[in-house]
Design a binder for this molecule. Structure first.
Ligand SMILES: [Zn+2]
Ligand SMILES: [Zn+2]
Ligand SMILES: [Zn+2]
Length: 148
């Protein structure tokens, strides 16, 4: 994790101390390009810093969620969220409703919508989580006549 992490700055600006647990959990989330469950975060924390307890990992995930640094996302009927880092306040993906796979993408083209919502809702917008649903190629029945 780099010194110049914008997420560390968010913690500092909100008046939170940079504890071992906060830095470690944030580092794990920053290194992860996609979605990660709390169980996976716990596993990685245990490997990196065994002294950090489960309770502080969960408290840290709650804090980072509260500050908008990460967001829990839910997939299918699972009640267990996976977490994503909100890079520059954005996160976008499509989910296959067949296999529940996430397809991440970077460009959303929503800057204009975001600015117009700030006007119409009188809201200072800090980020967005965008979800599309669909059926991936592997879950679609093969097209008639297609030679796979
Ligand atoms: Zn995603
Ligand atoms: Zn699928
Ligand atoms: Zn976006």
């Amino acid at each position: 994790m780099s010194e110049g992490s914008p997420h560390i700055q968010v913690l500092k600006d909100a008046g939170y101390r940079l504890t071992q647990a906060r830095l470690t959990v944030l580092g794990i989330l920053e290194a992860e390009r996609g979605h990660i469950t709390s169980a996976e975060v716990l596993e990685r924390v245990a490997a990196l810093k065994p002294a950090i307890g489960r309770a502080s990992v969960f408290r840290t995930l709650d804090l980072l969620t509260q500050l908008g640094i990460i967001r829990p996302t839910y997939n299918g009927s699972s009640l267990t969220p996976t977490y994503v880092l909100m890079r520059d306040g954005h996160h976008h993906h499509a989910i296959c409703t067949g296999c529940q796979r996430f397809f991440e993408f970077d460009d959303c083209g929503l800057e204009a919508l975001s600015r117009s919502l700030e006007q119409t809702l009188n809201l200072q917008i800090s980020g967005h989580l965008l979800e599309f649903y669909g059926i991936c190629a592997a879950c679609r029945p093969p097209a008639a006549g297609a030679s796979a």
